[in-house]
Design a protein around this ligand. Sequence first.
Ligand code: NAP
Ligand code: MG
Length: 403
Amino acid sequence: MEKIRMQTPLVEMDGDEMTRILWQMIKDELLLPFVELNTEYYDLGLERRNETDDQITIDSANAAMKYGVAVKCATITPNAARMTEYDLKEMWKSPNGTIRAMLDGTVFRTPIVVKGIEPCVKNWKKPITIARHAYGDVYKNAEMVIPGAGEVKLVYVPADGSPEQTVSVHNFDGCGIVQGLHNLDHSIESFAKSCFEYALDTKQDLWFSTKDTISKKYDHRFKDIFADLYENQYKARFEEVGITYFYTLIDDAVARIMKAEGGFIWACKNYDGDVMSDMVSSAFGSLAMMTSVLVSPDGKYEYEAAHGTVQRHYYKHLKGEETSTNSVATIFAWSGALRKRGELDGSKELMDFADKLEKATLDTIESGKMTKDLALITSIQNPEVLNSQDFILAIRKNLETML
Ligand code: NAP
Ligand code: MG
């Protein structure tokens, strides 16, 4: 069989621990035998980040902006324990944070839906994708404990010397607390654009929710920015594709989600997205079955698994013990990136390969062969629990019959 050619390079960002082991297995068994892989390789493993003073992360993000499509392995975000473990020069920042900031992107998380792993919300038939705004609100707040009676005010001091603006927050007659939040028009616009672009890209309806009836300036600003962009830049394209943009209050959205079938994107403010993405992922079954894609406002894509480096399994692996680590989300990161690369290059062959790789993976699970984490939650009778390597080999067998 002739291998599938790739015209433009795909940016490959390697990572750490157990997912780094899976990464190589996936390449060796599921990609390299079938595709003439054309990647620009960046090793984001912690050792290399430390050697290069984290320049490698910046270089990889620049490459993602240049080529438009990247695939990333999970990476360690250093903490105090990692400083000693890897003898680090500095507590390097999270690569995901650096890449997201450079691409000014939004993260979309989608569960992989497969027969045998049913969501606990029984009417959810299709995935619900959550888009979380990644700037401001409570995550960049200013807080104060108020020790006793007195007034708290919000004061804006214009840089150009024009008169100050003041509003009273509260006139305290005793102890209390206060919190100041902010956001930026530019950041909200980027978030909105990424959401509209991704909805068009995946041909799914877009929902957005805030509490604008109560927060008449702050949340209302989010609503207005989304509405303006939609009216002026996206409405015609949405109508052409046959998808809708739907705005509703956050509590109405939550109530509707429970009764919905799925198959849409739900854009959430930072805090709502933090909370709701954990709810949706646990209701769909497993963190190991969650994919994640970072989308920039100008349509650059970085695909990855939502889970981390699975450190506990890696230590077992190092001791020579058998592991049964789920590679599905990492495989789907590759298939997502290859499909997008194929789409941009007009390579139907590459897009077909990505579809088949996903189908071979899902068929493997549906035939009862799976990793331990899925065997624990599946409705399939007597599942066959495979180790990390054998699960990937079982997928390869299925894939070979399709090509
Ligand atoms: P984790 O790697 O997601 O793993 C937490 C636990 O979830 C595992 O111990 C395992 O449970 C289960 N799990 C996750 N993925 C699995 C898979 N593919 N197959 C089977 N089980 C899976 O989170 P963590 O242990 O908190 O973090 C480890 C490292 O990952 C940290 O250094 C963190 O900084 C990094 N991290 C990176 C990213 C990223 O790059 N996107 C995201 C999150 C965390 P059992 O042990 O019970 O089997
Ligand atoms: Mg959370």
